[in-house]
Write a protein that binds this ligand. Sequence first.
Ligand code: SPD
Length: 285
Amino acid sequence: MKNYSKILDGWFSEICPMWPGIALSLEIEEVLYSNKSKFQQIDMFLTKNHGKMLVLDGIIQLTQSDEFAYQEMLAHVPLFAHPNPENILVIGGGDGGILREANRHDCIKNIDFCEVDEEVIKVCKEFLPDLACGFDDDRVNVYIADGNAFVQERTNKYDVIIVDSSDPIGPGEALFEPLFYKNLKKALRKDGIIATQGESFFLHKECVKNLMKITKSLFPFYAYSYFLVPTYPGGNIGICLGSMGPELKKPYRAMTENFQKQLKYYTPQIHKASFVMPNFAMNLF
Ligand code: SPD
């Protein structure tokens, strides 16, 4: 994918045609890593005020200062909505952050993890151990493969599937297509739930509309949850959810005090509140 982002006078500016006319800039102290993998340009920066920052093809994937909001919501909203997730699949998210969160659920017995770009995992293991610790759990099985092809080969297998994709430009493009969603549904067990990176309803209206249209056509229950992440475009991002059984908009299982103590963003109240849409966004679904 063409990289439009720039570094000028020590500031990295994220520029992307998917959110035209708006750019987020962060002051950079050091370039820790910069290399092209088989799939994409991988950059790791040390920012002045937001810790380390992972950038793929010029697009910010996470900063250490606010990554917890995204990883906790994308993992815990679907996992707490399910009565008993035992076997789960995570597609994408080579940083390991979603795995870190999923590992907190004792009821999970097996986590299959599929990432297309092995280099992202290697770089994150070196520079982001606070996220890559997600790989240090015996329940996690790592597959280096194309997510679409991987899921196509699995049927009636997972209780929850989480898709931590980049944007629908570059290697993540196929993960926003109807065929991928059909394959996700096929890979679910009875009462399964899918949760996919759902972009922002402020800046990516058509994309959100399309994702929800696909989800609505395939799942008896569907919903969109959104939350705040200051270093994503527009300062917010959402999750597109589809369910074959459980209600999505409230947690099914209670959380222990000890579990809650480990989290910085997700609470049972935030779970419910994240589905309450502003008026203009309701028309999107
Ligand atoms: N616009 C960027 C969206 C990035 C979503 N994926 C981030 C990966 C973090 N685990």
